[in-house]
Design a protein around this ligand. Structure first.
Ligand code: HEC
Length: 178
């Protein structure tokens, strides 16, 4: 093998290397891969609030107190028109189909003496707190099985908040809402 032959082989190898590298470069350029901004396999970070969220997810179970602050008595008066067919609200008001509601906030369930309550309501030994009223007014028959209050319920949270605020105002001793 003479020098000429060796250099021929050497340049062939060199050429091959250059060509391969060149193709690589060109390929890089032609098939430039767009890297996604986010890796597809990114595991979502666990949300710290998940546990508390799942508890308070059902907004109806959040304390209605938070909403009373921003509720409006005038709205409550309007909403109460739905109740007025069966309930009086003024002081000394009579029982109608339903018991008189003056002073109802925080009084015991079924406490109007002259009124004939259902057994379901009499047996429910609690007070009409804001949250009890809220839960009852969403769906009366759902909250107290056997109640004779034939009312579908107030589905809108704002309606319940404003009417509860209105009930609270119609009292000898309105309860603090905060
Ligand atoms: C169709 C008639 C009717 C309508 C409308 C009605 N209620 Fe009643 N409500 C009743 C009856 C009847 C009772 C007694 C329930 C029982 O004894 O089971 C009652 C009971 C109640 C009680 C329990 C009072 C107590 O002394 O323990 C509250 C509070 C109440 N209603 C609020 C409301 C509000 C607020 C509305 C309007 C959003 C409303 N009701 C709409 C008939 C009605």
């Amino acid at each position: 093998m003479n020098f000429f032959e060796i250099s021929k082989i050497f340049s062939a190898v060199l050429l091959t290397i250059i060509v391969v590298m060149g193709i690589n470069k060109v390929a890089d350029y032609v098939f430039a891969v767009q890297k996604p901004e986010k890796a597809a396999y990114l595991v979502p970070e666990p949300e710290e609030t998940t546990s508390t969220k799942s508890v308070s997810n059902d907004s109806s179970m959040e304390s209605i107190k938070n909403l009373l602050v921003s509720a409006n008595i005038e709205d409550g008066k309007k909403v109460f028109k739905k109740c007025a067919a069966c309930h009086s609200i003024n002081k000394g008001g009579n029982n109608k189909m339903g018991p008189a509601l003056w002073n109802v906030v925080d009084r015991k369930f079924g406490a109007v003496n002259e009124y004939k309550y259902s057994a379901a309501l009499l047996n429910y030994e609690k007070n009409w707190t804001f949250d009890e009223l809220n839960a009852f007014l969403i769906n009366p028959k759902g909250h107290i099985k056997g109640t004779k209050m034939a009312f579908a319920g107030l589905k809108k949270e704002e309606d319940r908040a404003s009417v509860i605020l209105y009930l609270n105002e119609n009292s000898d001793n309105p309860k603090p809402i905060q």
